[in-house]
Design a protein around this ligand. Structure first.
Ligand code: XMP
Length: 173
């Protein structure tokens, strides 16, 4: 496993991202942070502990990768774990922006559910992969077009627990 981003570098960047997020919200109202399961897990846990705002936490499921398949399939959005977000500021968190389809769809879903504003934050953004125009408000790192794991990201539900971002040996095509 090649390490692409070390645990220390992630830690530093998340500190700064939390500052950027705090500076972007001024009205003192609580922020509802919605994580896209399951990849958001580690990123979200670290980020919310550094955001200096009143924060509510919620989750949504949007899955397009299935089992050992690494090419995206149909996107399924499930929001049973989402509280009432009508009139709320929502910060949507995802592990990685790849084609942009997931975040585009989930932002539309949250606005449809009545969120007043939706901003998006991603830990990683892959270059050269985006298929739909989507500009995240907060980006941790821009990375090359490699399949990455660790810090919440998986291959076949493994490697999520790694404290760094790695590139698998002989990555799946
Ligand atoms: P889109 O294409 O909708 O995809 O922006 C976002 C989702 O795709 C998954 N994804 C990855 N997962 N390593 C992973 O473990 C990767 O390199 C990778 N690239 C995309 C991920 O679930 C993300 O939320």
């Amino acid at each position: 496993m090649d390490v692409l981003i070390t645990a220390d570098a992630i830690c530093d960047r998340i500190d700064r991202m939390a500052g950027e997020i705090g500076a972007a919200y001024h009205d003192g109202r609580p922020l509802t942070v919605v994580g896209i399961l399951t990849g958001c897990l580690v990123f979200m846990a670290d980020l919310i502990r550094r955001i200096d705002l009143p924060v509510r936490v919620a989750f949504i499921t949007a899955s397009s990768y299935r089992g050992e398949a690494t090419s995206p399939g149909k996107l399924l959005i499930r929001d049973e774990l989402l509280p009432d977000i009508r009139g709320r500021h929502v910060l949507l968190l995802d592990d990685i922006l790849d084609t942009g389809k997931t975040l585009t769809r989930v932002v539309a879903h949250l606005l449809d559910r009545g969120a007043e504003t939706v901003k998006a934050g991603v830990l990683l953004r892959k270059v050269g992969r985006q298929e739909v125009p989507f500009e995240p408000d907060f980006v941790g790192f821009t990375i090359p077009d490699r399949f990455v794991v660790g810090y919440g990201l998986d291959f076949n539900d493994e490697y999520r627990h790694l404290p760094y971002i790695g590139v698998l040996d002989g990555p799946p095509a």
